[in-house]
Ligand binder design. Structure first.
Ligand code: HEM
Length: 460
């Protein structure tokens, strides 16, 4: 019957699919689904029809043009993240989200973020020094772990003015426990509870959650009492504390807590993965690595990079952008229809779950020439102009685009510039580097590399 949900179901496999099978290799599953059934297709799992949208204009429609018809409530991200993050910016919706976004936005403007350049490069220099020691000893390093510790330190320092490294290993370990649990969580609140290993993960998660609640609560209370720091630029916590909405109201303690935890959790793992994939790809593409080194030598001549250098670190930025095209740290974005909508002439019933995958979009053969190849030239100003904007969505799109986009890009380029002007990172022979789609897209077996000190010291 025309107009009925069943009739409107986009093409896709008729049989119900086993979620465990999809989870085995979601990237291969989504790639095959779009190849077999087209850019608007669907599958049925756990009794629900899930739509899959893989066309820039439809992505734009959902994320931007008609975004109020779409909600995050009831999506897999919501099940996974809300119990941990409460109603922070990442998980809230509707008017609550709008208010929070308005209050937080000023703290994330490029100008504000650039104030943290020294903090970012100082942290990157400490990591470089540690890797130089590893180079001297001929040791291999876990690049993905080290980048995660680095980005956690940077976001906590910039956001909270808190030196979490000095606070001991507790914070890093708690974040790790949480990521491990969320990585294995199956997104269904009612899923039957599993084996002893799962129960152990959940116990660690609960302990970590309590610990983080207390630490964040204490940091917020201390800042409220003592006021802004006197010896450094005001940080994001200050900006959030002093922000007022149109009615003159500030964020409540609960909101602040959820917000701070959201920023810490959303703001480090993704950037660490972006950095990991970039150094991996540069190792595989020595011609581009040499280009980046030449750029760093010409622009910096061995000194530490600053925000003012960013416009001239153009190839370094393009390598980052190309790396997160091929390996988008956020590989899946989902929404539910809060109201009826129409996609490509098909009516979408209210409540429909829709998925968008930066992984498949970024490899769409109709948009990208030789999509599997690493070509930083795709991100020159001219090349960008030839593409629909929503063909490239590593940071999402529309009003809910990543608020930390400038922060992440500034941080990643400054870190790359600091590390790569002193070191070459070479992949360990025989160690596989395979993407695994968990909460973020990560190298399944970690990223093991050996640092080598550059002979000319980066042009010094
Ligand atoms: C390379 C690094 C990053 C990537 C790839 C990334 C990716 C994304 C994506 C795809 C979204 C949209 C999700 C959706 O529409 O469902 C998002 C939202 C968000 N990100 Fe990021 N992110 C990164 C870094 C950061 C940083 C550094 C912060 C904070 C310091 C941050 C905080 C947030 C927040 C709060 C949201 C929710 C925004 C809203 O809904 O208004 N992210 N991010």
């Amino acid at each position: 019957m025309p107009g009925s949900p069943v009739h409107n179901r986009p093409p896709g496999p008729a049989d119900e699919l086993d979620l465990a099978g999809i989870r085995n290799d979601p990237l291969a599953f989504l790639t095959a689904l779009a190849a077999d059934y087209g850019d608007l297709c669907s599958h049925r799992t756990r009794g629900e029809v899930v739509w899959f949208v893989n066309r820039p204009d439809l992505v734009r429609h959902i994320l931007k043009d008609n975004y109020t018809a779409w909600t995050k409530a009831g999506t897999p991200d919501d099940f996974m993240l809300t119990p941990l993050l409460g109603t922070g910016l990442l998980t809230s919706d509707g008017p609550v989200w709008e208010r929070q976004r308005r209050l937080c936005a000023p703290a994330f403007r490029a100008r504000q973020v650039e104030e943290f350049d020294t903090l970012m490069t100082d942290a990157a220099q400490d990591l470089t020094a540690a890797w130089e020691r590893a180079a001297a000893a001929g040791r291999t390093v876990r690049v993905d772990h080290d980048f995660t510790a680095l980005t956690l330190r940077i976001v906590a320092d910039a956001l909270l003015g808190a030196d979490l490294a000095a606070a001991g290993p507790g914070f890093g370990r708690a974040v790790d426990d949480i990521n491990r649990f969320i990585g294995h969580f199956d997104g269904e609140p009612t899923a039957p509870v599993q084996d002893e290993a799962f129960r152990r993960l959940r116990r660690s998660y609960t302990g970590a959650q309590t610990f983080l609640e207390r630490v964040v609560g204490m940091l917020v209370a201390a800042r409220r009492y003592a006021g802004p720091p006197v010896d450094r630029p005001a940080d994001l916590l200050d900006a959030m504390l002093s922000a007022r909405d149109a009615h003159g109201d500030a964020l409540s303690d609960r909101e602040l807590h959820d917000q701070v935890l959201t920023m810490v959790m959303a703001g480090h793992e993704t950037t660490a993965k972006a950095l990991s994939w970039t150094v991996h790809l540069l190792d595989r593409h020595p011609e581009h690595a040499a280009g980046v080194r030449a750029e760093l030598a010409a622009v910096l001549g061995g000194r530490a990079p600053r925000a003012a250098d960013l416009p001239r670190l153009e190839l370094t930025r393009r390598c980052l952008e190309e790396a997160i095209r091929l390996y988008p740290p956020v590989w899946l974005i989902s929404r539910r229809a809060a109201a009826k909508d129409v996609l490509d002439g098909r009516s979408v019933p209210k409540g429909t779950l829709v998925c968008i995958s930066p992984w498949t979009l970024h490899r769409h053969p109709a948009v990208w020439d030789a999509p599997e190849e690493f070509r930083p030239s795709r991100f020159t100003a001219t090349a960008r102009q030839g593409r629909p904007a929503h063909a490239y969505v590593p940071f999402g799109g529309g009003p809910r685009v990543c608020i930390g986009q400038s922060f992440a890009t500034t941080e990643a380029v400054l870190v790359l510039a600091t590390v790569l002007q002193r070191l070459e990172l070479r992949g360990s022979a025989g160690h596989p580097v395979v993407p695994e789609a968990l909460v973020t897209l990560r190298p399944r077996d970690g990223l093991l590399m050996t640092p080598h000190v550059l002979a000319d010291g980066g042009g010094r």
